[in-house]
Design a protein around this ligand. Structure first.
Ligand code: MN
Length: 505
């Protein structure tokens, strides 16, 4: 069965506490979602603000392949606002649970039913595609919910949505009320699940198994409170797990990771490292037993291949590391320690791990080069000049001079802050020479106070998809960031160099 993906990153996702997007930002996300292959995009809630209306208009005028939908409460004013911005498809809702009726709407069940019917009829009379949601459906009286769904279907609704507004449902109950909705309306049914108990994706899948054809989802599962069902988890579950029926979506799964990073950056919400599919650690391995297994066959400890979602596997050394994983990492740099050297390197790595230290590739290579007395490991990129200016009323600006393999290069660039300006200037140089780009940047403060130590972790990627990570600790955020990036650049260029040498041999 083909499952429809209704993405609400730009509506429910944007309602995440603290998230607010400018119209241009919403447009770039909409384009990304369209590229990803979602079937429908809920672009926003027209009544909210001028900016929201502008964003929706911009998205509509882009003529994307995805259908564009807007949210409207079950009243004329909201529906008219949707029509005014040019929407042809609305998601209209009214609450049906007694708690919402009593404390929020102050309406009786009969009054709610009448408003629901009126809104659907009005939307249809204005030529709209109407998807009707019974807000807080899962806490509504089951018979009343059935009645509302039945009546709005008669009033001409095109689609029915079952929102688990406060994430209160169990997969079993979701299945039951989905069956009710399908039976009583004979319309395509969607499920809109929230993650308050971590069950959003499970509930959405259960709805699909019970006959729903569509789920409302968001990138990275962002949304009100604990968020919505996450698009990437939902899609990959449908595609990869075992069901009695085969499910398909239109999602280009290899774009999932990129889309996740893109949205995370724009909305300013980081993805937890252990998040399924798109979390940093989802395809990372440290323990010796696991890396050994993965190296002989990735399926031993990976349910799916990382490439399927646009990622690559990475190994980490640390106190749980084993000789196989460590050797595999060194091999990437063309380093082949003998047995005794390997044991020595591993001992040092475990020692650092026992001290609570996170051992990066840079550190591993440094240790290995010491033990192996390897002179091939040299710094290809050296920072020979650097200055930065920042303040209020002035555009942060950086000057960078690099010596790359004996040649001098310099560049200047602006940025949103001094770090951004510095990294932009570095990328100006390295982009030209080796097409290396900074893929990830993370900053953490280690101790309190304005003299706190900061820790910068970065990942750089070259045009061939090689990734190198580096970490730097220091007192000055800007120079520490620059050092981390230079370290990362050295690693990736060294990797390339050593690989070329290997091929040459
Ligand atoms: Mn919601």
């Amino acid at each position: 069965m083909r499952v429809r993906i209704f993405d609400t990153t730009l509506r429910d996702g944007e309602q995440s506490p603290g998230v607010s997007l400018a119209p241009e930002q919403k447009l770039t996300i909409a384009k990304k979602l369209d590229e990803l292959g979602v079937d429908a995009i809920e672009a926003g809630f027209p009544l909210v603000s001028d900016g929201e209306r502008k964003a929706i208009k911009m998205i509509i005028s882009e003529n994307l392949s995805a259908e564009i939908c807007g949210l409207a409460r079950a009243n004329k004013k909201d529906i008219d606002a949707a029509i005014d911005v040019g929407l042809k498809y609305i998601h209209t809702f009214i609450a049906t649970s007694d708690i919402h009726l009593q404390y929020k709407l102050k309406l009786s069940r009969d009054e709610v039913l009448a408003k629901a019917i009126e809104a659907v009829e009005y939307g249809k009379s204005r030529g709209l595609q109407v998807e009707f949601s019974a807000e807080d459906a899962t806490r509504s009286d089951r018979e009343f919910l059935k009645k509302v769904f039945g009546e709005v279907a008669k009033a001409g609704a095109d689609r029915i949505d079952i929102p688990d507004t406060v994430g209160y449902s169990t997969p079993q109950y979701m299945a039951e009320i989905t069956k009710d909705a399908v039976e009583v309306t004979k319309l395509p049914v969607s499920v809109h699940c929230h993650n308050d108990f971590g069950l959003a994706v499970a509930n959405a899948i259960s709805g699909i198994q019970a006959g729903a054809q569509c789920a409302h989802v968001t990138i990275n599962g962002i949304g009100e409170r604990a968020g919505n069902a996450s698009l990437e988890e939902f899609v990959m579950s449908l595609q990869c797990l075992q069901f009695s029926e085969k499910y398909e979506t239109g999602i280009k799964t290899e774009l999932l990771y990129d889309t996740s990073r893109f949205v995370s950056k724009l909305v300013g919400m980081t993805v937890q490292p252990n998040k399924a599919i798109v979390g940093e650690n989802a395809f990372g391995h440290e323990s010796g037993i696991h890396t050994h297994g993965v190296l002989s066959n990735p399926l031993t400890y990976e349910p799916i291949s990382p490439e399927l979602v646009g990622r690559s596997r990475w190994l980490q050394v640390g106190k749980h590391a084993g000789i196989h994983g460590m050797n595999a990492m060194l091999e990437e740099y063309g380093l082949r320690p003998d047995k005794e050297q390997a044991n020595q390197i591993l001992d040092k790595v475990k020692n650092l791990g026992d001290q609570g230290k996170h051992v990066t590739e840079v550190e591993l290579l440094t240790i290995a080069s010491e033990v192996m007395k390897e002179r091939g490991i040299k710094r290809i990129v050296q920072l020979t000049g650097f200055s930065v200016s920042t303040g209020i009323g002035t555009m942060p600006y950086a000057f960078v001079k690099l010596n790359i393999d004996g040649k001098e290069f310099s560049a200047t660039d602006h940025g949103v802050g001094p770090v951004d300006a510095s990294l932009n200037a570095i990328q100006k140089i390295t982009g030209k020479i080796s097409e290396v780009r900074i893929k990830d940047y993370g900053l953490a403060s280690i101790s309190g106070g304005s003299d706190a130590l900061c820790e910068v972790t970065i990942k750089v990627e070259d045009a061939q998809g090689n990734i190198a990570s580096a970490k730097s600790v220091g007192e000055d955020i800007v120079t520490t960031s620059v050092q981390a990036v230079i370290d990362g650049l050295n690693r990736i260029m060294l990797k390339k160099l050593l690989k070329e040498k290997k091929v040459g041999n």
